[in-house]
Design a protein around this ligand. Structure first.
Ligand code: NDP
Length: 284
């Protein structure tokens, strides 16, 4: 009887990449489900992305994750895009279907699922998003596609902020507005969800928090953070002190990992195990 010694290859391309914990989480899930998959954490410089994507085809890799600085640049090497990835204009997950490369963006979907885990539904809600970069775009677009009523984009760089607002108004049913962020900003009082999608507070800068007027956080708001390292960010601490329900960035990371697992293997991910593995990696 013949035996298959060839592992299915997936992985992540990025720069920097050394401290990305996704491989540990995906490998734990493959082991749990008895799948002969390997997750490779690969340093790929911006100028080498084309060659690396050729490698995905040449090595018959099942797929890859893309992180900084490749999420937008990768689009030129793909054959198909999901609706969300096309609207967002960025891809963090590629699936290789027999040489046809399909791009998806699971950042925002992972975010939505982490909210559902906490009993939070975005339909009909007003979401105030801090930031207008890759994570903010994914979060805002997925919230809008999931039925959010209004999205306020609060960002320092006005061009980036207005661009996201016009994208949301053009391509989704949500009504979007831009709120300039110069100095300490007040959160709109009719917001239901406040979402930090900036990189402020990310390790090692855990002593920093977004410059907002924290007294404008109401106790009936849900306050979320993309920052997962440290998951107990100062931002969430301030929100907690004011009685708001908080959701940290770990759930978003674990959930998108689970979505990617399913996209590559077709098997439901062991979600609890993935979350526990992630927490262990962060010493929690
Ligand atoms: P980008 O570089 O694309 O965007 C960064 C955003 O943060 C910009 O809007 C920028 O504003 C804003 N920003 C940066 N510094 C400040 C500051 N001091 N004050 C106010 N705004 C600031 O990064 P990404 O969107 O890709 O990533 C953002 C964060 O999300 C990262 O920390 C990343 O680790 C995290 N992330 C978490 C995920 C998870 O699963 N939990 C998934 C993906 C990302 P401006 O436009 O004015 O420059």
């Amino acid at each position: 009887m013949s035996k298959n010694y060839r592992a299915e290859l997936v992985g992540c391309f990025g720069n920097p990449i050394d401290e990305n914990p996704t491989g540990v989480v995906e490998e734990a899930a493959f082991l749990e489900k008895g799948l002969n998959y390997r997750y490779l954490t690969v340093l790929v410089k911006a100028e080498d992305l084309g060659k690396a994507m050729d490698g995905v085809r040449a090595f018959h890799m099942r797929g890859v994750n893309l992180t900084i600085p490749h999420k937008v640049a990768v689009l030129q090497y793909l054959d198909e895009l999901s609706e969300a990835a096309e609207i967002i204009g960025a891809v963090n997950t590629v699936v290789n279907n027999n040489g046809v490369l399909f791009g998806e963006n699971t950042d925002g979907k992972g975010y939505l699922m982490s909210l559902v885990d906490e009993g939070v539904d975005v339909a009909g809600k007003h979401i105030a998003v801090l930031g207008a970069g890759g994570a903010a775009r994914a979060i805002a677009v997925e919230c809008a596609l999931a039925g959010a009523r209004k999205i306020t984009v609060i960002n320092g760089n006005e061009t980036r902020g207005q661009e996201l607002v016009s994208l949301l108004n053009r391509r989704t049913n949500a009504s979007a507005v831009y709120l300039p962020w110069k100095g300490t900003v007040d959160i709109p009082q009719d917001a239901d969800i406040l979402s930090n999608a900036t990189s402020v507070g990310l390790y090692p800068n855990t002593d920093q928090k977004p410059d907002i007027n924290y007294d404008t956080i109401r106790s009936d708001m849900v306050v979320t953070d993309v920052i997962f390292n440290d998951p107990n960010s100062l931002f969430l601490g301030e929100a907690k002190r004011r009685g708001a329900k908080t959701v940290n960035g770990l759930g978003m990371l674990a959930r998108q990992g689970a979505l990617n697992f399913k996209l590559w293997t077709g098997v439901d991910a062991p979600q609890e195990l993935m979350m526990e593995t992630l927490k262990k990696e962060f010493g929690l």
